[in-house]
Design a protein around this ligand. Structure first.
Ligand SMILES: [Zn+2]
Length: 309
């Protein structure tokens, strides 16, 4: 059916240039969530269905790509988010059977995990931060520093909140963040917003989806893109309706106001956008329309198969 991913995904990576930065996009796979009406709780259900049908997308499930960006900044490798991981002790199966592919796809792209210098998390939710350690809690990126919003670190690693968490998934959100992030205790960079992680890469605080959500402004030569994590989960629904919330928003009103602020920032500067959950590989632009924004996917050059391998 239209819009559904294949059950036999090929190796997923591609590359593009951003100014003089060499960028690789690695797929962690595709998350499958329940029906769209349930995933966007304050939306008008009929309008959700109508918009999805108009864009040839299914209404009974939401499929979200997991696009992990890796940038070579003069020899320093910076990776943005880590995918959902494969830890069977955590509820990774809730995201479907086609996730947790970051490391095999990194290797397919010729990048070893030990080469990663910095992992810049947009936030500490499972699909972004559970790919940092294996099931035994060992670091999968032995030489990496991990940058995360200070507010997210303190909120999501607070095990005292587990007992009162209302669902198994919400308990796992805390246990999983604690397991993944505390493995990097000696190599954490706690962000408040405004920090420069590497030349041309700056964190911007966008609290709302989570308490310490960050987006990253990435500039090289005269090109800038905004790597926006979960500022926006859907290339149609939340661009046309930034006032709608996603079901895991921590503070829906703040998430909406940060969305509107960053959409306007991007549009007014004609910056590019890198969307973690947008159609692979997640690079494109916004076009401002009378009622919202339209996603314009970048037209990356096709890579021909490498017949020598
Ligand atoms: Zn996410």
């Amino acid at each position: 059916m239209t819009g559904r991913p294949s059950t036999d995904l090929p190796q997923g990576f591609t590359r593009f240039a951003h100014g003089s930065m060499r960028c690789t996009v690695v797929s962690d796979g595709i998350i499958k969530l329940g029906g769209a009406r349930e995933s966007f709780p304050n939306a008008d259900p009929a309008e959700v269905d109508e918009l999805l049908v108009r864009h040839y997308l299914p209404t009974d499930a939401v499929f979200m790509n997991q696009n992990v960006l890796v940038i070579d900044v003069d020899g320093t490798l910076v990776m943005f988010d880590s995918g959902v991981g494969t830890d069977p002790d955590l509820g990774v199966k809730e995201f479907g059977d086609e996730t947790g592919l970051t490391i095999p796809n990194l290797k397919a792209a010729g990048i070893e995990p030990a080469q990663i210098d910095i992992i810049a998390l947009t936030h500490a939710h499972p699909d972004h931060a559970w790919g940092l350690v294996d099931a035994a809690g060992r670091r999968l990126y032995p030489n990496a520093k991990v940058a995360v919003g200070r507010a997210d670190y303190h909120y999501w690693t607070d095990l005292s909140r587990v007992a009162d968490a209302p669902s198994e998934h919400q308990k796992d959100q805390i246990i999983g963040a604690h397991k993944n992030l505390t493995a990097y205790t000696d190599d954490l960079i706690l962000l408040d917003g405004g920090e420069t992680l590497a030349p041309g890469i700056r964190a911007i605080a966008t609290p709302g989806h989570t308490p310490g959500h960050m987006v990253y402004e990435i500039t090289s030569d005269d090109e800038t893109m905004i790597c926006w994590g979960d500022l926006c989960h859907h290339q149609v629904l939340l661009l046309e309706h930034p006032e709608w919330n996603f079901m895991f928003d921590y503070d829906g009103a703040a998430a909406t106001s940060e969305r509107i602020r960053i959409y306007d920032f991007v549009d007014s500067h004609r910056y590019a956008v890198f969307g973690y959950h947008f159609p692979f590989p997640g690079l494109g632009h916004l076009r401002r329309d009378p009622g919202g924004y339209t996603w314009l996917q970048a037209n990356l050059p096709q890579r021909l198969p490498d017949r020598t391998r």
